[in-house]
Design a binder for this molecule. Sequence first.
Ligand SMILES: [Zn+2]
Length: 302
Amino acid sequence: MRILFLFLIGVAFVSCGSNDKIIPPPFDGAQSFEFLIKQVSFGPRVPGTENSRRCQNYLISFFDSLGAKIDTMQFVHRDQITGKVIPMMNILVHFRGTDAGAKDNYLFAAHYDSRPRAENDNDPAKKMLPIDGANDGASGVAVLMELGRLFTIKKPRANIDLVFFDGEDWGESGNLDEYFLGAKYFVTRIDKNQYRFAVLLDMIGDKNLKIYKEEFSSEYAPKVTDLIWKTAAELNQKAFIDSVGYAVYDDHLSLLTIGIPAAVVIDFVYPEWHTSHDTPENCSPQSLAAVGKVISTVIYGL
Ligand SMILES: [Zn+2]
């Protein structure tokens, strides 16, 4: 993703969601961090590589072991510069809620690919090498995996879909046509009316976690954005800052484009962004837990 501009303005809360609270099972930050470490252990998950396939198989077998229904969406992307055709795959995981009559689904998303180049690295020799993406990619996936584990301990009322996008971070800086490839494909293949809202988790593992509201989310998906930050305030999760801090191009824009209210939860102030230092050492289980507790409380309140 790319940053557009930085500004800080206050935004009023607007409440939504059910008042009938269900206590979520405890979100285990240490367990979630293990999911992050495991993804990084495959090496950079650059689309079309063996590392990427190993990560795909890991995610599919994990959610299969939880008994979830899984759909894979395979597609190809022709790189504009090299002309190479790259196979890519989104993984969509369905959890049915206890409210059997519920037709509304909610979507929670992350990207599992990691960037093919570390253009922000100080070391020129590393700028063309792929990154581990511990925060930029693996952190969001790690929280969604732990949420999936919670769903098998106690089902939420609502139907929850998790989607793992490929090809989010493929593009050369400045060329938005080559970013968000999985999300762009996804929105051509789904019925947008099935989702009441979507939440994207990206770069939420930073050990110095500070999450501002994101501008496009606040503007075009204010109810879900405010629900997340209101929940964080109720839980006294101080990493969530109740003001807009940045506008970020990310996978949520594809969802917004087809009319799904979609918010991104992202800490965009991460000095290791797109460098060889985006590693587990710069992430923490506590950060994953902070986000996991807020998002699980949102989900079990639906
Ligand atoms: Zn990135």
